[in-house]
Design a protein around this ligand. Structure first.
Ligand code: SAM
Length: 426
């Protein structure tokens, strides 16, 4: 591996005696992992039936090391039972395990590893706003939130300053998983190596400072600010935190963790949990629900045969007919929203058509009509095939074992495939 001389000099100076061991760590193969989506099943149940060998990660009880090269290609992945996440990257959110999480902001959220971890860690309770500045990446974040069946999350696409202006002293927990120089990922992503320079480290540190300043404004009194990077550079890690604490005496360091690849089985990662002293915890206007009687009636008619029991909550209908189940406590958001709670479906002025996201958000026990497929049939479902069925005409949830993969519609003995074209596998 061709690592920049200057990077190696900096690491030698930082690590002293352990530098040779650090250098040696670049000879191993990169560590891979999955984190179980406990919104759908427990880590124990996953491990028992996992389609590939798994070994527990010491610092995160729901994460496992895997050697499987294509962990993203399995039906279990399509069903949202796990998220492919580098094991060290699962360490940060764990620091916030005992924090208050009624209102959570993930400010730099795409592609969604930590957002979906936060959602699982908080058991889907409270309100989670997952923001991403880059529109393309925000779309991927939204897809991951959908696949994992997260119900209490709004996915937004805004600059940190926009979010800060709207939510002063509002959140109980704010995560800044900052864009960084990525030194900790060189083994896994060697294509990042040529982009490394001391100047880029300084640039990243300056950008992180800006993001942290905006993030700090959104933390409520008594709240927590969780900061993480996947780099070793002190300018972006320890010194960044030191500088922040000097400028913000209202915050104190609660915990800090750095993972080096020669000390732990994982790539490089840094996390710091800061606590804000007690003070103002401001409220925001509630999300302005737009009730559409006709749409709600059409949904209620659909719901009668689709769910086992009534689903509760406020339904909002957008101008284009898309209907969402608004999470309780969701504030008004003056930014571009890609997803809000559970997308129920679409009302075209006459009929209601359910959305894929609705199927992904359900447990088998909640579905009045659930078609459980074998692995071979599940693969065929993901390829877009139809099946013969004895079901009465109408919508149903199609799943692999107990876990939804998407929607189907029985029409005169044929189970039509409603897996979205963009999610199908060839
Ligand atoms: N938290 C994510 C996860 O666990 O999957 C990874 C986040 S990644 C390390 C950092 C994110 O910050 C990227 O998605 C990037 O687009 C975003 N970003 C880049 N520049 C930014 C800026 N100036 N302000 C806020 N976010 C930025």
């Amino acid at each position: 591996m061709n690592l920049p001389e200057e990077f190696l000099n900096r690491m030698r100076e930082r690590l002293g005696e352990s530098f040779p061991a650090f250098l040696q760590s670049y000879r191993r193969t990169p560590v891979k992992g999955v984190r179980v989506n406990t919104l759908k099943l427990s880590a124990e149940r996953f491990a028992e039936g996992a389609p590939f060998p798994v070994t527990p990660v010491p610092w995160e009880k729901n994460a496992f090391y895997v050697e499987e090269a294509k962990a993203g290609g399995w039906l279990e992945h399509a069903a949202g039972l796990y998220y492919c996440q580098e094991p060290s990257a699962t360490s940060a959110v764990g620091l916030a395990r005992s924090c208050k999480t009624e209102r959570v902001l993930d400010l730099c959220a795409a592609p969604g590893g930590k957002t979906t971890q936060l959602a699982a860690q908080t058991a889907g309770k409270g309100v989670l706003i997952a923001n991403e500045i880059d529109a393309g990446r925000a779309k991927i974040l939204s897809q991951n939130v959908e696949r994992l069946g997260v119900k209490n999350c709004a996915v937004t696409n805004a600059k940190p300053a926009q979010i800060a202006a709207q939510f002063p002293e509002y959140f109980d927990l704010v995560l800044v998983d900052a864009p960084c120089s990525g030194e900790g990922m060189f083994l896994k992503e060697p294509e990042a190596i040529p982009h490394w320079s001391v100047a880029n480290v300084a640039l990243c540190a300056a950008r992180q400072k800006e993001i942290l300043e905006e993030a700090a404004k959104t933390v409520a009194g008594g709240g927590r600010l969780l900061y993480s990077t996947c780099t070793f550079a002190e300018e972006e890690d320890e010194w960044q935190i030191e500088r922040f604490l000097k400028d913000h005496p209202e915050f104190a360091l609660a915990e800090m963790k750095k993972i080096y690849p020669h000390e732990h089985a994982g790539e490089g990662h840094f996390a710091a949990l800061l606590e804000k002293r007690e003070g103002e915890r401001r409220n925001a206007k509630p999300y302005p629900v737009r009730r559409n009687l006709q749409a709600n009636r059409a949904f209620a008619a659909f719901a009668e045969t689709f769910f086992k029991k009534e689903i509760k909550g406020e339904i909002t209908t957008l101008d284009d007919g898309r209907m969402y189940l608004v999470p309780a406590g969701m504030p008004a958001i003056g930014a571009r929203i890609l997803r809000l709670g559970v997308e129920l479906g679409e009302f075209d002025g006459r009929i209601f058509k359910p959305a894929h996201a609705l199927a992904m958000s359900l447990q088998r026990a909640e579905c009045a009509k659930f078609v459980s497929l074998s692995r071979e049939e599940g693969e065929r479902y993901l390829r877009g095939e139809t099946f013969a069925t004895h079901l009465e005409n109408g919508w149903c949830v199609v799943g692999f074992g107990d876990f939804p993969l998407g929607l189907g519609k029985a029409v005169n003995g044929v189970l039509k495939n409603h897996c979205p074209k963009g999610l199908r596998k060839n």
